[in-house]
Structure formats: structure tokens, C-alpha cells
Write a protein that binds this ligand. Structure first.
Ligand code: 13P
Length: 258
């Protein structure tokens, strides 16, 4: 069976109540009009989860399922306790959060998150019934040194090691760091090659590897989405800048719905 693609927006540290309302009103209107045949999520800063939860509730289709899912951009690796500033998976679950990004390269880079920590965050999310969107990807230096495959395999291996057979419940996102926010996208062939490597690694870990959605992220936009999403192992996109512009985000959603 052909699986639905997933288009997930990552707002990063952007937004305000007013701007979010304008953006989400336009996105919801577009989704209601077109009833796209893909899954949609928006991963928003913590203070805006409640605001966007309302849009998730309002987006229900005829069967009562939300067409738009709420996502967070991070989750704690700990269950509860003395971890000032952290937000636990069970807290997110109370807000009906469906997805949580873990291991985004900006967190690996600026907050020194290790492969092991990212794996524990994925584990906490899964235990609370939240789907982790696990990000992997090589830096420009690693790319130029020909280390792409070894880097993404090492990052995924940690998540497999910690999560065992539950690995089939994650969403994986390949985000080459050199393509994030740079306008320099991996070519569809480049991205497909890495996705195939990741799929093979998942296959060695679970018989349900084909169920796992592998998203591409890194300067995906309205113009290049269709060619990237046309690749056999690209099951969706994790969209930064273009997710902040409703027409662009809706165009990408349409490209994922063919
Ligand atoms: P851009 O789409 O802005 O390159 O960001 C990609 C990304 O990091 C999504 O998580």
C-alpha cells in the first residue's frame, strides 16, 4: 500500500500570536478547500502550542481525524524532575502534541546534543505516544570529506540501539546541514541516495522499515518540492523557511498529495 507523505513545518524560533493567527488561518482555509491526501504537521515554539492546538481541533475531516497535526521542536530526555527549562513528553501529550522534532542540527550544534541524548529524547517521546521526528545529517565539512554515509548511519544507529523494535514508530528526517537555510538544496538524486542508505539500515533493524517515513529537509520550497518528493524513498519534507509562508507551504502540501 502506498503510504501518505508527511509535510511538517518547522517554524524554528519565529512567530507571534498575531503572525501565527494570520499564517494558520490561511493554511487551514487552504487545507479545508483542498483536502490534501498527505499528512500535515506544524512544529511550533512551546509558547504557541496551545494557540495552534486550536487549529488542530478545528481541522477535523469528515471522519473526525485532524488534517493538521501539532508538533513541538524538542522534548526532554527525562521523564520529570529537577530539570529547569525542560519540557517533558507527558506535558506535550497533555496538549495533544502528535510529533516532536528531536536532534535537529541546530540543537546538535548550539546545544551540543549527542547522538545518545537524541536517542533518549526519541525514547521519551515514543513512551508518551508522540512520534519523534529524528533528524540526521552531515555538516558541510563532513560532506566535502565524503563522510555523509558514515555520519548519518552513526546518528541513526544510536536511535536504533536505544529504541529497538520501536524504531518502526519513528519518523526520520535527513537534513544535510549545508542545505539548511542556505537555499542550496541537495539534488533529488543526492537526497534519494542517502535515503536509500537509511532505509537499508532500518531494514536491518526492523521488518517494518517500509512503514517509516523518511523526510527530506534543507531549503525545500514551492519550486523544488515536487522533484524531491518524486523520489522513491523520500516520504515527505521537513520545511523551515517556506513553512512560514502559507502559499508556499500549501504548494508543497499539494506537491505531496499527487
Ligand atoms: P529550511 O527549509 O529553512 O532550509 O530549514 C530546514 C530545516 O532545518 C527544517 O527543520
Amino acid at each position: 500500500m502506498k503510504k501518505n507523505k508527511l509535510i511538517a513545518g518547522n517554524w524554528k524560533m519565529n512567530g507571534s500570536f498575531g503572525a501565527n493567527q494570520r499564517l494558520m488561518d490561511e493554511i487551514l482555509t487552504g487545507i479545508e478547500a483542498r483536502k490534501p491526501a498527505c499528512e500535515i504537521a506544524v512544529c511550533v515554539p512551546f509558547p504557541y502550542l496551545v494557540q495552534v492546538q486550536d487549529y488542530q481541533d478545528r481541522s477535523r475531516d469528515d471522519s473526525g481525524e485532524p488534517m493538521l497535526h501539532l508538533g513541538a521542536q524538542d522534548v526532554s530526555a527525562h521523564k520529570a524532575g529537577a530539570y529547569t527549562g525542560e519540557v517533558s513528553a507527558s506535558m506535550l501529550r497533555e496538549l495533544n502534541v502528535a510529533y516532536a522534532i528531536v536532534g535537529h542540527s541546530e540543537r546538535r550544534q548550539y546545544h551540543f546534543e549527542s547522538d545518545a541524548l537524541v536517542a533518549e529524547k526519541a525514547q521519551q517521546a515514543l513512551a508518551a505516544g508522540i512520534t519523534p521526528i529524528v533528524c540526521v545529517g552531515e555538516t558541510l565539512a563532513e560532506h566535502e570529506a565524503g563522510q555523509t554515509e558514515s555520519v548519518v548511519k552513526r546518528q541513526l544507529a544510536a536511535v536504533i540501539h536505544t529504541n529497538g523494535h520501536c524504531i518502526s514508530e519513528i519518523v526520520l528526517a535527513y537534513e544535510p546541514v549545508w542545505a539548511i537555510g542556505t537555499g542550496q538544496t541537495a539534488t533529488p538524486e543526492q537526497a534519494q541516495a542517502v535515503h536509500a542508505v537509511l532505509r537499508a539500515q532500518l531494514k536491518a533493524a526492523t521488518e517494518h522499515a517500509d512503514r517509516v517515513k523518511i523526510l527530506y529537509g534543507g531549503s525545500m520550497n514551492a519550486a523544488n518540492a515536487a522533484s524531491l518528493l518524486g523520489q522513491p524513498d523520500i516520504d515527505g519534507g521537513l520545511i523551515g523557511g517556506a513553512s512560514l509562508k502559507a502559499p508556499d507551504f500549501l504548494t508543497i502540501i499539494a506537491a505531496a498529495s499527487v
